[in-house]
Design a protein around this ligand. Sequence first.
Ligand code: AMP
Ligand code: MG
Length: 411
Amino acid sequence: MGCCDAPGLMPIEEALNKMLTPITPIIDTITLPLAEALGYVLAKDIRSPINVPPFNNSAMDGYAIRLSDFEQSTTMKMVGKSFAGAPFEGEWPAQTTIRIMTGAQIPSGCDAVIMQENTTTDGDLITFDQPNIKTNMNIRPTGDDIRANDVVLNKGARLTARDIPMIATLGISHISVYRKPKVAFFSTGDELKPLGSELEPGQIYDSNRYGIKPLIENFGCEAIDLGIIPDCQETLKTTFENAQQMADVVITSGGVSVGEADYTKDILEELGQIGFWKLAIKPGKPFAFGELDTAWFCGLPGNPVSAVLTMYVLVQPLLAKLGGNSEWKAPESIPAITRSAFKKAPGRTDYQRGIYRIENGQFVVETTGNQSSGAFRSMSLANCFVVLERERGSVEVGETVQIQLFNPTLF
Ligand code: AMP
Ligand code: MG
């Protein structure tokens, strides 16, 4: 059975296309001190104003020599020192050597640095015991890492903990980035109680806001928590109106499944143009997307696994595009051999929660167990999604499946 045999279900690719096409990236920029720029998206290429390293320097603690001297004698008098930050500045007489430390500037005329382990010292006489001396040995030349004018990062890159120190080596103290998209979010449902309160019969704790907020932030956006909103037309409407005033995107959880959808639909129809979709994705079939007056809207299903999964698969690329993160890439799929069976019916792409490990260089994966869309422990236990294709049925032990590894700093 193919996807077309599951009537009315929209394939994920089509949903993503419908969501991403109308989005134009935010163009407002701000200038930030480098140390505060982690997770922001570059609004301009970073071009190096200098060579890195800015001068030839030593890769070792040792002695600077000239090959012409070395050919005469392998014992030389030490006549000066070049330390990091305190270069040798005097005349360098023939048949002598200069003590040099790691990172120190190479004296003019020097052909190589001999590491101190390959020398013996007798007072200020140094004897070299270094076979095969090569020109430029142990010298890190100017611009070896980065050349002046090189573009080291492109506009649209999201800054990582690895990028920030690299920019620092260039001496750039402030950078131009896009402002982060503002994302207002709230949970809907009469059954939801805040943490710290007692549950009455029929009530559950609102966990979705605790799943949605970190993802908004990890996806590079500013999260605005509007709390729990009961299933009440008026309160919902006021909340939507407030939310769109303060945010670029409004995200809700709950209230988009059959039965509840009509209800939210009435309000949203007044406020904008929203599509209520049934997606060929499991979990996460009910999903809403559209435009309010002044903000985008994503309506996530209420089931906790579904809410987080649709954030990951559908909302993440949307926020990346809105935030100008043009270098964002969808998670890669890796083939893995199953070590447990996975139950599945054809018709929807199924993101089951799995635990992978590597055995003899081969990825293997097993299920986390209970795959109910309400069973959040499956997410907490997992270290990957097992992405089972739309047309696929149940999977037996030993079959190959595609997995997407979690990045623990993201998810
Ligand atoms: P709904 O999409 O509103 O029909 O909700 C589907 C399921 O998810 C129901 O079992 C809800 O109780 C549950 N649910 C909805 N919102 C939340 C939430 N914020 N936290 C935990 N569970 C929720
Ligand atoms: Mg509900």
